[in-house]
Design a protein around this ligand. Structure first.
Ligand SMILES: [Zn+2]
Length: 473
């Protein structure tokens, strides 16, 4: 059926489209185009994004390579700008897929790329199409400005980061390592945080990611008629165990990067928070540390980066009203500090629930075990190489008010494909954001400011000139 569009609706629609095409910033314009390709994962559709990028990079002299995966809609996109080979390549990785949306909760179309009030709105604006646009624009600027290069610069738009298993680990393990091998890489990770007045307080560059372990708690009891309950009820037993876990929190474990991060927060915060940050890092008094932990942990992000977190995610038991089920299960997702031994974590959980009748096992099969094992042994990326130093100096140049610190990223990213092979990876969401922007990530009305996109593009471009440009450029 043909739809009749009233003149009012038509003029609104045209207005929106015109607004979305007008940002003067090339990075913002690219981001609008990227948002308009819906790459919600599942299914991802990253191959469509690769088609959009390919001609733009080819035109500038990049060698383009699109790697299909066993799922036709998912593809990885490589664009390589050749250097003279005197140094090993640098790689910039950005995932092209995004998480889905609850469209009815958005005030704008999440896949229209609406530009409003100095922001680009849309799914992925922050995570991570904004970063993809910044990285892509920065490397294309190298080509446009004909910067003489001492090393290849590789841009990678990744598939399946939000989903797995066809992500960068799949790429590395399926004959494509030569395309992604490099001296060091940039990826998503740390933050450029500004306060309400727009002043950038700090830049955190992630040098490691947290890992994950998922445990299954199983309580068993007699399966019988619900008219004759017994003391060994599986659901009650599991509930008691969960109540104990709910009242428990793991101890803070500060990695060297997390220590530096909290020291930076001590410098950039007002009292009394500045003192709590200092106490957490410097005090030897368990009471003082516990008080600091309690105050700091009111912020879920800060709570998460200093400890193994405990999140019940799935409950499963029972199937009808007149049957007492013989078992009850809870799935608990732990995000772990690098170095955590999953077996030790199981023992810790068993001690807390203090009920030998509850089985505690790891879920997820071989892949999850391998991931947890890698998280145990993976070393953070060093702070003494050319790329890290250039990131710090360019962050300070573009954001003179900011402190710069290494950072343990609170979640997982696709950096493991490189870090597990000893290649340093540094993570950053390359645009200043405030607390309001951050709360929209994976949420509704996700947005990034155009000024932030331009500042980030400058920071990354200057970093690349320094690290990949021939001496004297
Ligand atoms: Zn992401």
């Amino acid at each position: 059926m043909r739809r009749i569009i009233s003149p009012v609706v038509l003029s609104i629609a045209v207005g929106t489209v015109i607004a979305a095409q007008t940002p003067a910033s090339p990075t913002a314009r690219l981001l609008v185009d990227l948002i308009r390709v819906d790459t919600s994962n599942p299914p991802g559709n990253e191959a469509k994004l690769a088609e959009l990028l390919a001609p733009r990079f080819r035109e500038l002299g990049f060698q383009v390579d699109i790697v299909p995966t066993p799922e036709a809609a998912k593809a990885h996109f490589f664009a390589r700008l050749k250097g003279d080979g005197s140094k090993r390549p640098i790689l910039l990785a950005a995932h092209a897929d995004v998480v889905g949306v609850e469209k009815e909760k958005w005030t704008v179309d999440p896949f229209e790329g609406v530009v409003k009030d100095g922001y680009v709105f849309g799914r992925g604006a922050l995570d991570f199409k904004g970063g993809l646009a910044v990285f892509a624009e920065a490397v294309m600027m190298l080509a446009r400005n004909k910067v003489p290069l001492a090393r290849d610069v590789i841009f990678l738009a990744e598939a399946d980061e939000e989903g797995r298993p066809l992500n960068t680990s799949w790429l590395a393990q399926n004959g494509h390592w030569d395309k992604m091998d490099c001296e060091f890489a940039l990826n998503e990770g740390g933050w450029i945080i500004k306060d309400a007045s727009g002043r950038v307080k700090y830049v955190s560059i992630s040098t490691a990611d947290k890992s994950a372990v998922t445990l299954l708690l199983t309580a068993r009891g007699t399966s019988t008629h619900s008219s004759m309950p017994r003391p060994d009820n599986a659901i009650f037993r599991l509930s008691k165990a969960l109540a104990k876990l709910a009242d428990y929190d793991t101890k803070p474990q500060l990695t060297p990067a997390t220590r530096q991060f909290f020291q930076t927060l001590a410098k950039t915060s007002e009292p009394p928070m500045s003192q709590y940050f200092r106490d957490l890092v410097e005090s030897k008094d368990p009471k003082v540390i516990a008080r600091a932990d309690k105050e700091i942990s009111k912020d879920p992000l800060l709570h998460a980066i200093m400890r193994n977190t405990i999140a019940p995610v799935i409950l499963n038991s029972g199937f009808r009203t007149n049957v007492i089920p013989g078992s009850a299960e809870a799935t608990i997702n732990f995000r772990t500090i690098p170095g955590t031994d999953p077996e030790e974590l199981i023992k810790e959980v068993q001690a807390v629930i203090d009920d030998p009748a509850i089985e505690v096992t790891m879920t997820g099969g071989a892949q999850a075990r391998a991931y947890a094992a890698a998280g145990r042994t993976m070393k953070p990326s060093p702070e003494d190489n050319e790329l890290y130093r250039a990131l710090v100096s360019q962050a300070k140049a573009v954001f003179p008010t900011a402190e710069v610190t290494p950072y343990l990223f609170q979640a997982g990213t696709d950096a493991g494909a490189w870090r597990s092979r000893g290649v340093p990876v540094y993570g950053i969401y390359p645009y200043p954001i405030d607390a309001d922007d951050l709360s929209r990530m994976h949420g509704n009305d996700e947005r990034v400011s155009i000024q932030s996109l331009d500042q980030g593009t400058k920071m990354i471009y200057e970093t690349l000139v320094k690290v990949a440009g021939k001496p004297g450029t």
